[in-house]
Write a protein that binds this ligand. Structure first.
Ligand code: ADP
Length: 186
């Protein structure tokens, strides 16, 4: 499923983020950039040790929640990994929505600054960090939509949803938030 926004494509696929052939893939990192399970574990396993070596050296203090940092991508097909730190879900009153939106925005800015034409995101914060998928999907799509409506790039933003349930929640949110003939389409 996809939408065209100011000439850029926003699409949803089901799959594994580590296998995407895009300029940058986004990691669901933690603020110490310490490595973990989920997306992070899969990226470091498939990309090899150079990714963690680089982030340790360049970002010894880690990365605050709501922000992102960039590194090379080791053996992955992508050129870069953008390590985005989404919030831990604590019930919704701890700025979770703002922090999640800001992690997406900062990742998109980094992608554009590094001339990435295509970028793939997982559903940040929806695994170990416990963010409810329906709410996370709306924030993710709204934030990317607003960014593309303003900047018209990256040319391709792909959400790679791991399972069927995540895909369906994102697809529902997309139907609702970005009508097929929205003003910025085309
Ligand atoms: P967080 O700590 O930000 O919650 P996780 O990595 O635990 O990050 O999970 C984020 C989302 O990514 C979850 O919805 C999880 O199902 C999904 N996920 C896990 N592995 C992959 C993968 N290889 N590709 C894409 N999505 C994945």
């Amino acid at each position: 499923m996809k939408r065209i926004i100011r000439g850029a494509t926003l699409e949803l696929v089901q799959g594994d983020i580590t296998l995407q052939e895009v300029d940058a893939i986004v990691n669901a990192a933690n603020s110490r950039l310490a490595g973990g399970g989920g997306v992070d574990g899969a990226i470091h396993r498939r990309g090899g040790p150079s990714i963690m070596e680089e982030t340790r050296q360049k970002y010894p203090d880690g990365c605050p929640t709501g922000s992102a940092v960039i590194s090379g991508a080791g053996q992955l097909k992508a050129k870069y990994v953008i390590h985005a730190v989404g919030p831990v879900w604590r019930g919704g009153q701890q700025q979770e929505a703002e922090l999640l939106a800001s992690a997406y925005r900062r990742s998109l800015q980094l992608a554009v600054e590094h001339q990435c034409r295509s970028v793939a995101f997982p559903a940040l914060s929806t695994g170990a960090y416990g963010y409810p998928m329906d709410q996370a999907a709306r924030i993710a799509l709204q934030t990317v939509y607003a960014f593309l409506a303003e900047h018209g790039r990256p040319e391709l933003v792909r959400f790679v949803l791991f399972d069927d349930r995540a895909y369906r929640q994102f697809a529902e949110a997309m139907e609702e938030l970005i009508p097929e003939h929205a003003p910025n389409q085309g």
